[in-house]
Ligand binder design. Structure first.
Ligand code: HEC
Length: 202
């Protein structure tokens, strides 16, 4: 009997010893591919150049439309011209380019996929009074996502500021007719208005 007990104690010890010297293999870390600092810099520059070109084209046309047709005319212009312009830039750069926001005028601009998180990050940095900065990220399908904040400028308040003061009531009627669900008002200059979202195809 004594021998049996001693034997089982030994067996348990042996078992423990084997267990200890043989730790469970740690699950291998999923290999998250990242952009090299050089690639990151290159995409940041590419994104910056594209958004600058898009902004220049859009605001140039917008100012001209406002001068000739007032705010109401320019709103019509925005509705018709924003997409063809971004589409043609998208073709040139082999990327999809669009604008999004948490308070939308056109629901077609709703954030999708990776954009949701990027937009949230900008909103959070806004509340932390940290200047939101453009960022790039490698997506699972090998494409590269570029996100940049869009700040409101004084010119923008005519269509995105406070209704009744910045936006004339009659102009807002035109906006509401075209965009019954509009939520993109109440902004002040320098406020975060939304985000540029560019996806470079692999
Ligand atoms: C003449 C009026 C007008 C002015 C001025 C204007 N916008 Fe807009 N904005 C619009 C309209 C109309 C849309 C919806 C376009 C569409 O159908 O996608 C829009 C859409 C947007 C969107 C896309 C998200 C959304 O809400 O659908 C952003 C971002 C935006 N504007 C930022 C700006 C900024 C920044 C400025 C100033 C540089 C500006 N806008 C000036 C009328 C204007």
């Amino acid at each position: 009997m004594k021998i049996l007990t001693t034997l089982s104690v030994l067996l348990v010890m042996l078992f423990l010893l084997v267990q200890c010297s043989n730790p469970a293999p740690t699950p291998s870390e999923p290999t998250v591919k990242k952009l090299s600092p050089k690639e990151e810099q290159a995409y940041l520059e590419k994104g910056k150049a594209i958004t600058a070109a898009a902004f220049a084209a859009m605001s140039g046309k917008l100012s001209a439309a406002m001068e000739s047709g007032g705010v109401a005319g320019a709103v019509e212009y925005c509705k018709l011209a924003a997409y063809p312009l971004l589409d043609s830039l998208s073709k040139v750069h082999g990327a999809t380019i669009h604008r999004t926001s948490t308070k939308l005028r056109n629901s077609k601009n709703t954030a999708q996929g990776w954009e949701v998180e990027a937009l949230e990050a900008f909103e959070i940095s806004k509340t932390l009074v940290r200047e939101p900065k453009p960022r790039v990220r490698l997506l699972e399908d090998g494409s590269v996502a570029y996100a940049a904040p869009i700040k409101l400028m004084p010119l923008c308040t005519k269509c995105h500021g406070t209704v009744g003061t910045d936006i004339a009531a009659a102009d807002y009627e035109t906006i509401k007719k075209l965009y019954p669900q509009d939520a993109a008002t109440g902004y002040q200059p320098d406020e975060l208005r939304g985000m540029w979202a560019i996806q470079f195809k692999p």
